[in-house]
Design a protein around this ligand. Sequence first.
Ligand code: HAM
Length: 418
Amino acid sequence: MSKPFRAVKGTRDLLPKDTVQWRRLEAVIHDTMRAWSYGEIRTPVFESTELFARSVGEESDIVSKQMYTLSDQSDNSLTLRPELTAPTMRAYIQHDMARDGALTKLYYMDTLFRQERPQAGRMRQFSQFGAEAIGSPHPEQDAEVISLICAILDQLGVDNLEVVINSIGSAESRKRYRSELVSFLTPLKGQVSETSQRRLETNPLRILDTSDEKEQALLADAPDILEFLNEDDLGHFEELQKSLTQLGVDYRRDKSLVRGLDYYTRTTFEITSPDVGAQSALCGGGRYDDLIAQLGGKPTPAVGFAAGIERILMAAAEQKESSSGGVSVYVVTASDGARAAAAKLADDLRRTGITASFDTLRRSVKAQLREANRLSSSHAVFLGDDELASGSAEVKELDSGRQSMVAIEGIIPHFTTG
Ligand code: HAM
């Protein structure tokens, strides 16, 4: 016998017990985004490879080693989206969304692909939701976006969170900091990993977010980027902190939070939870004032975040979908002759929106009641030859065992009119 197929490494199936939890999360996200006036955008699963190379950056881990890239029949290089900010900005420019107003607020919830080494909370196919506010250069917009993700996490019962913020300044401030950092790191070159040695040449700021504890210790004395920010960058960061405090968002500043995508300017932030193990980042985001121009649009400031759904569900307090309150009926077929009538009754109930089950395995009454119990049905209706002859059927509340006889034509009103 051939070996059964399994889902590809780094991907997973969501079974009915999982999708209940997913749908609850999706509902909270859609409702909250609506309340904050963000409109939903859905973009294609693949984009031209160049879009990500130009935005996320050739040197980033995502572009240099994690993308699923393929060539189509015309030799176009296509990539399964590893993130959603660049596709969203591509769509913003393509559809001239700036025409609809000076501020465009978009959100998404979709599947992404990154070829990473799978572990708990790190998948090769995973899902994110995120929001992008396009048009405002001001710090209250950054604070609004951070407060939005905090509000969603709060409603999902994810507590034990840490909001970490930093500013990496504008390109001009960063240039000055970069040369200072290189001077600090060059004498330490022999003590850092090969990756960090390479980054010293290509993108020294990225060395700051190393996960290697030895390197982290070396970096403790590294110069602080805040000292290199120009007045405007610094003012932006100070006002952001004031806005967060006003909104009641607790945060910590981490001078090494630079994020692994190249498009950020000024604000960077992450939300972490100790409840998801090594992959503790639930959400990452920041401001990216130069990206839209880099992608061929009119220079437009923007800020946003994306959060990993799998990780959030790992961190979310176990919240069981309550089955109480809702009516769900098991129509028990008590004789062969009543099968068609039972099927019709279940069908009619379902069409009114009531959850109803009917046994297509032709099992015994006892086995059907066991199934009703397994499904947590609230009621059973028994239909057999006698019931069809008399025109009324027994309706049983399965929790209390209370029974009543109800005219068969009256069964639907019995459930729908409370
Ligand atoms: P990111 O930090 O690459 O940012 O991803 C955001 C979140 O996606 C992470 O914090 C994590 O929860 C989740 N995530 C990332 N990779 C994986 C993975 N392999 N498996 C499971 N979850 C994962 C971005 O993607 C930016 N586009 C965020 C942004 C939006 N910046 C501005 N606007």
